[in-house]
Design a protein around this ligand. Structure first.
Ligand code: SF4
Length: 240
């Protein structure tokens, strides 16, 4: 894409962020996992002078590199994310019953872990707000291609969900990061293309799909339950 095209995309995305703040004020949160897309959103919000609450979920299994990026983000943008943790009792019971790495044993176990460590904290975060912002892109998965830049999140009480980067490609993201010196997770320099929890993420080869390094031992949708698609409550798709 040309520099002008990227600028236009950035302008459109900033417009969506501005609308979210104008319509929801402190009642809109940005859920960031400090992925490449999330860092673009943080940069856009900071550049536009938009004060948006950053909320992040610490599953307890994140890579050290992600914590390092959190620190760098605070230093560069002055953003102090509100970090949510899973319910201690739920984690303790799950680990006591099934062990630390039970998620490798079955899809059901993996989904239980994602629910305890990610989905429940997200539900808690969204229970007190009227809108949220995410960094998903349409071309990431077949699930996400149905998403739009603004939608009703039926799975979370009908609040508004903004996806300001929905029309960006991976190439657009990395071009923007490079041109604007946006900080990013150092794992991307080691072959990772999508980063989640340490035990469930690995590097991929250049020709493999972007999310193939997530839960690589599973087949089917590479999703974990943070996102729903569109306003249809019956299309509840697992995602991150
Ligand atoms: S990505 Fe892995 S470790 Fe993280 S919550 Fe899901 S199953 Fe658990």
């Amino acid at each position: 894409m040309s520099r002008n095209d990227i600028s236009q995309l950035a302008e459109m995305s900033t417009g969506i962020l501005r609308k979210a703040v104008e319509e929801h004020g402190a009642s809109v949160i940005f859920l960031t996992s400090f992925g490449a897309e999330d860092m673009v959103i943080t940069h856009l919000a900071h550049s536009a002078g938009l004060n948006i609450r950053h909320v992040s979920i610490d599953t307890g299994r994140l890579p050290e590199e992600t914590y390092n990026l959190m620190e760098r983000t605070t230093r560069k943008y002055g953003v102090m994310p509100e970090v949510l943790f899973p319910e201690r009792k739920s984690v303790e019971e799950m680990v006591a019953a099934k062990g630390m790495n039970h998620f490798y044993e079955s899809r059901a176990n993996r989904e239980e872990c994602c629910h305890v460590r990610k989905v429940e904290p997200l539900q808690r975060a969204l229970s007190g707000v009227s809108a949220w912002i995410s960094g998903i892109r349409r071309d990431q998965t077949s699930v996400r291609e149905k998403a739009s830049s603004e939608e009703v999140d039926s799975a979370h009480g009908g609040i508004t969900k903004y996806n300001p980067l929905i029309d960006w490609t991976s190439a657009d993201i990395w071009e923007f990061i490079s041109e604007n010196s946006v900080p990013y997770n150092s794992l991307f320099d080691r072959g990772y293309r999508s980063i989640g929890c340490a035990p469930c993420t690995r590097a991929v080869r250049p020709w493999e799909e972007e999310r193939s390094g997530r839960w690589w031992w599973e087949t089917g949708a590479k999703e974990c339950g943070l996102h729903t698609v569109g306003s249809n409550p019956f299309i509840f798709q697992r995602s991150e």
